[in-house]
Design a protein around this ligand. Structure first.
Ligand SMILES: Nc1ncnc2c1ncn2[C@@H]1O[C@H](COP(=O)(O)OP(=O)(O)O)[C@@H](O)[C@H]1O
Ligand SMILES: [Mg+2]
Length: 347
């Protein structure tokens, strides 16, 4: 869900979270075999917990393996209200996508929620484990990264293309993509010690985006909404995507460019350590293809006729807004400097 704040993440951050959340992890490790047994109508003794991670969005994720050929499950227990909402929303989204007859190519990559409910007053869900290893660990080697990015760009088309529709962007359509995020950004910037210049930029941005986008006809579709390598599972070393997790930010009638930009921006972030705001500024100055190391034609395809500057700004706004409104690091001064101010003073 939420993207790493510092370069050393997600590895260091996850380690710290694990260390800090021992009681939650222990409790989850104890109940997880029972929950899998209940979901599969089998006996508790057939299941054992292998690992429990505590994620940056406060979910304890236990991997449970069966003895013999019983398979593998993932039990998720959220520990904050926002994490509960996220998992419930993901279950709803997965239901909608699984039952959509236009998405057969996607189904095998989606988590399957075998059961959800409450145990000792706490929400949980049991998912069948998808094959593959987390893809964020595959970003450091160039060839592996390229293979993973090509596979990920290909598989997400199985969501974008079958659900796409032509949409005329009128002033009302931009309320969601431009006005609402900019209002929220304005509130956020107003709390800055010297908000004047930043506020001017936010207002100028509104005008610019309205002029660039109103009257344009674009394709919209369902998007994943947090399509970064940390939410992909893939074969190693071949880098073929075997699963896509974390669907609570998915939404219909959005621009597919959000998923494709996020995938490539975060790949650069994981490989080189740059802040997202720095990458956006670099792309505004030097072009998407040079910044994200993709052929110019491929980058142009992502944008579907929208000029690169408004496309990048829409992407940036959506991303930072999701982050500002999530729990955790949004008040981290380093994050604000690198992602909000860095862009506002350079556009
Ligand atoms: N169904 C699944 N099968 C295999 N691994 C999974 C599954 N769901 C989650 N994971 C692993 O657990 C990690 C955390 O799960 P995720 O849903 O992304 O939580 P968060 O919202 O906290 O990022 C994922 O990055 C992935 O490696
Ligand atoms: Mg995730």
């Amino acid at each position: 869900m939420k993207v790493a704040v510092q370069w050393a993440q997600p590895v260091l951050r996850d380690r710290l979270a694990c260390w800090l959340h021992r009681p939650e992890r222990n409790w989850t490790a104890t109940v997880a075999p029972r929950l899998v047994a209940r979901a599969t109508a089998t006996d508790d003794t057939r299941w054992r917990t292998e690992t429990v991670a505590f994620t940056s969005t406060s979910v304890a994720v236990a991997t449970v393996r069966g003895r013999g050929a019983d398979g593998r499950y993932v039990v998720k227990v959220p520990w904050t209200d926002q994490a509960v909402d996220g998992l419930r929303r993901q279950a709803e989204v997965l239901d909608v996508l699984r039952t959509n007859p236009r998405l057969p190519g996607l189904r095998q990559l989606l988590p399957y929620c075998a059961a959800q409910g409450e145990i000792e007053g706490r929400y949980y869900c049991v998912e069948e484990a998808l094959r593959g290893a987390p893809a964020n660990g595959m970003m450091l080697r160039r060839t592996r990264r390229a293979a993973l990015l090509a596979s990920a760009s290909r598989v997400i088309r199985n969501l974008h293309l079958p659900t796409r529709e032509r949409t005329m962007l009128d002033r009302a359509a931009l309320a969601e993509w431009v006005d609402a995020p900019l209002r929220r950004l304005e509130e956020f910037v107003a709390t800055h010690p010297r908000p004047g210049r930043l506020l001017d930029t936010v207002w100028r941005l509104r005008e610019e985006l309205v002029v660039a986008l109103v009257g344009r006809t674009v394709h919209t579709s369902w998007i994943h909404g947090d399509f970064w390598p940390g939410n992909l599972l893939a074969t190693s070393p071949a880098g073929q995507v075997t699963g896509i997790v974390d669907w609570d930010r998915a939404a219909p009638r959005q621009l597919p460019l959000h998923d494709l930009l996020h995938l490539h921006v975060l790949a650069r972030r994981l490989a080189r350590g740059d802040e997202l705001g720095e990458i956006v500024v670099h792309a505004l100055r030097h072009g998407l293809d040079r910044t994200l190391d993709v052929p110019a034609g491929e980058a142009a395809d992502w944008l579907d006729g929208i000029p690169p500057r408004p496309a990048l700004l829409l992407y940036w706004m959506r991303h930072i807004l999701l982050f500002i409104d999530s729990e955790g690091d949004h008040d981290d001064p380093r994050w604000i400097r690198g992602n909000v101010e860095r862009v506002l003073v350079n556009i």
